[in-house]
Design a protein around this ligand. Structure first.
Ligand code: PAF
Length: 275
């Protein structure tokens, strides 16, 4: 695997490559990321990954400083997954001057996770557009675990006519159902044991909807109450349309997804299930 830390080095290394699949990450890789890397291989002859912890998408009270940075172990995993090229810039390379031009996503950036993380999706969309301009891939892959992020980036790519196919990768779960996430490492043993409740809650809602329960507001508020009774502090549980994450109309027939964010101790976990 070739590792490049500057934009100019990366651009010359990629110049004669045929078809590129790109997987942007913030490092601290787990099986979810590696599944994306392997899927990327099915879409292109060159797989490019990036590792960059993007300050722009963290709020002042978020975990930017303590976000786990495990570069050596990440590189080994990327080699094992057959990644060809890694782009690992530092902040000075990607943001040599204050980033004053941003991608401003539509209202959805202020809803669901965006309500609790102001500026987050603007920071994600801005860095991803910048990375797309640097790497110029034909295909880019993002995990469905960050469902709202995937939707924002898919719609950004379509509306700005970027010549890039966006592919969503299925969430990878531990045996007990907990979605793999870099933030799971913050959980104490007791919290880790309690964490699968989030997935069970989402599964219960998905099953109820499939069985014909369409009282979404009640399903959502019951789920929040149940989580919070068990020591969680829940930001939201929401049943939305898959395509645009808007509230479904009564009796609407479009595909749905149930999404949640909740805190166990100081760790904020998110998860979702397509229904
Ligand atoms: O999902 C992530 O790890 C990040 O939000 C991304 C897409 C790499 C942008 O920094």
């Amino acid at each position: 695997m070739h590792i490049h830390t500057t934009i100019s080095e990366l651009r010359s290394a990629l110049k004669n490559r045929h078809r590129l699949a790109f997987v942007p990450t913030m490092g601290n890789l787990h099986a979810g990321h590696l599944t994306l890397m392997r899927t990327a291989r099915q879409h292109a002859d060159t797989v490019v990954a990036s590792i960059f912890v993007n300050r722009l998408q963290f709020g002042p009270n978020d975990d930017f400083d303590r976000y786990p940075r495990t570069f050596q172990a990440d590189c080994q995993q990327l080699v094992d997954a057959g990644v060809d090229v890694l782009f690992a810039p530092d902040e000075g390379e990607l943001y040599p001057e204050t980033q004053e031009y941003h991608v401003e996503p539509p209202a959805i950036q202020h809803q669901l996770d965006g309500e609790f993380r102001p500026g987050h999706f603007r920071g994600v969309a801005t860095v991803v557009l910048k990375l797309f301009n640097i790497v110029q891939p034909q295909v880019a892959l993002f995990g469905k675990k960050d469902y709202q992020q995937l939707m924002v980036l898919r719609n950004m790519t379509r509306q700005l006519a970027l010549p890039i196919e966006i592919v969503g990768g299925e969430t990878v779960r531990a045996d007990d159902g907990l979605a793999l996430s870099s933030r799971n490492g913050y959980l104490s043993d007791a919290e880790r044991a309690a964490a699968p409740r989030l997935y069970r809650t989402l599964s219960g809602i998905a099953e109820a909807v499939r069985d014909g329960d369409h009282d979404y507001p009640r399903l959502e508020s019951d789920a929040v109450a149940e989580l919070d009774r068990n020591g969680w502090r829940t930001d939201y549980v929401a049943i939305r349309r898959q395509a645009d994450l808007q509230v479904p109309m009564p009796l609407e027939n479009s595909p749905l997804v149930v999404l949640a964010a909740s805190r166990l101790g100081s760790t904020r976990l998110i998860d979702n299930l397509e229904i």
